[in-house]
Design a protein around this ligand. Structure first.
Ligand SMILES: [Zn+2]
Length: 204
């Protein structure tokens, strides 16, 4: 692409680095922003700056949060005895959208994937074990995607926590799973959490 302006080229280059955004789309977005009132563009850039500067990860569940402890962990209405283990914040959002889950979460920050060089120590697994050691948890739901990485992670977690005397369950994964929880519709996801099954039964 031949740009008439270095500034334009730079902005298009930055947008073009976003996932799923090609050069043409990047140019369209930048030209759109150029047409907007200054205040709108400032609000946009301010939101991005503050996102990176001010966002935190909940000290308990590691979900993305505005505060040291996220709203879910801080809520008195949530059942702290029920922990749903998920890969990332998108899964928390998907499950929250079902409106059918009233426990808390634990966000691993990824899945074990030897191919990608991701081992257990790269994930929030030790802190999950510490949460369980602290007591008061009756059930752990392993809501991870039906992929090889998901299976590997579930099995690793199962071995880590099976001796705690806590129920371990997985969500029904035979249904319309594209692999990632975020793609499952709310009704299906809600139902699969409600009809979760003990993990032991799966590996028998
Ligand atoms: Zn939290």
């Amino acid at each position: 692409m031949n740009f008439s302006s270095k500034l334009l080229e730079q902005a298009v280059g930055e947008f073009g680095r976003l996932p799923g955004v090609g050069q043409k789309t990047a140019l369209r977005l930048v030209l759109h922003l150029l047409k907007q009132p200054d205040a709108d563009v400032l609000r946009f850039t301010d939101a991005l700056c503050r996102l990176k500067q001010d966002i935190r990860h909940c000290a308990v569940c590691h979900n993305i949060s505005d505060n040291d402890i996220c709203e879910i962990c801080a809520s008195l209405k949530r059942d702290k005895g029920l922990i749903c283990v998920v890969e990332d914040t998108r899964d928390v959002m998907a499950i929250e959208n079902t409106g059918q889950y009233h426990g808390v979460y634990h966000v691993l920050g990824g899945l074990i994937s030897p191919m990608d060089g991701v081992g257990p120590s790269d994930l929030q697994i030790d802190s999950l074990v510490r949460r369980l050691e602290a007591g008061g948890v009756q059930e752990v739901i392993l809501a991870l995607s039906a992929t090889m990485e998901g299976d590997t992670t579930i099995f690793y977690l199962y071995k880590k926590i099976k001796d705690f005397g806590i129920s371990i369950s997985t969500i029904a994964r035979g249904i319309a799973f594209g692999g990632e929880l975020e793609y499952v519709d709310e009704v299906t996801l809600g139902r699969s959490i409600a009809t979760r099954v003990p993990y032991e039964r799966n590996i028998a």
